[in-house]
Design a protein around this ligand. Structure first.
Ligand code: OKV
Ligand code: MN
Length: 240
């Protein structure tokens, strides 16, 4: 009995080794799990489900096979693939989850989310997030021709790389008080998230009680997953 969590693969045509590692993970690891949760940034960019990139079809087909083999797959949007929609979810048989979800796994309550909403010290990012999450702006963007969306996205990524070079590590990490606020709100003592690319299991003091925050690693040089069993929560790094 095990439920697996992954995040921040940032799949793209430029990193074929990561895609190969993900497909291997699906076929050899996830197939034995009770369920797979992808906590955002599976893709490095997403400008609409109508993007005809062959990478998308490959991933959809493999996740669909996992579902056919009896392993349900759930997806939480990241800050990069937040536009991934119902069409791709149907093609891959993934269930889209809201920004925050509380799971009951083997009797343990666990809050899951991507992690960007916890980085409240990064005011510029939070402002960007509010803009691109506006349903009206999203509908407008999705109605543009694909070629124009590609151009806009490339410009936005270039500008963001510039901005991130100026930001400190501290600003880009989670705000500890925001973490405690979300745990209190949902009345849970365990959180699993990604986004910060700082894999660790942190022990937290929550109003005198013990809580923990498990952070997934990004798939840069190796894979990263969290395995929840009836006994424990394990953070595991593995080669592709
Ligand atoms: C994703 C991020 C690029 C960060 C644009 C409205 C707007 C959606 C979009 C375009 C960009 C996602 C969808 C991408 C995340 C970046 C740069 C910084 C910090 C609009 C709705 F505004 F143009 F109308 N986008 N793409 N960034 O390339 O995948 O997360 S993206
Ligand atoms: Mn992220």
């Amino acid at each position: 009995m095990a439920t697996l969590f992954i995040a921040d693969l940032h799949l793209s045509l430029h990193e074929p080794a990561i895609t190969a590692g993900f497909l291997r993970f699906l076929r050899h690891e996830a197939v034995h799990a009770d369920a797979l949760y992808i906590l955002g940034d599976l893709f490095d960019a997403w400008i609409g489900d109508d993007d005809p990139q062959p990478l998308h079809a490959t991933v959809a087909a493999e996740v669909y096979k996992l579902h056919q083999r009896g392993v349900p797959c759930y997806f939480v949007h990241g800050n990069r693939d937040f536009l991934l929609g119902k069409r791709f979810a149907d093609e891959s048989a993934m269930t889209l989850l809201p920004t925050e979800t509380v799971l009951d796994l083997y009797g343990q309550k666990i809050l899951i989310l991507h992690g960007d909403t916890l980085c409240t010290d990064d005011h510029a990012y939070q402002k960007f997030r509010r803009r691109v999450h506006n349903p009206f702006i999203q509908r407008l963007f999705l109605r543009l021709p694909l070629s124009l969306r590609v151009k806009i996205a490339n410009k936005m990524r270039a500008a963001s790389q510039q901005a991130n070079q100026q930001k400190t590590q501290q600003i880009m990490d989670v705000n500890p008080e925001k973490v405690r606020e979300r745990l209190r709100h949902h009345q849970v003592n365990t959180l699993i998230h990604g986004h910060t690319h700082r894999p660790a299991i942190h022990q937290i003091d929550l109003d005198g009680a013990h809580a923990r925050r498990a952070v997934l690693g990004a798939w840069h040089q190796a894979g990263s997953m969290i395995k929840v069993t009836p006994q424990n929560i394990e953070l595991i790094a593995f080669p592709f």
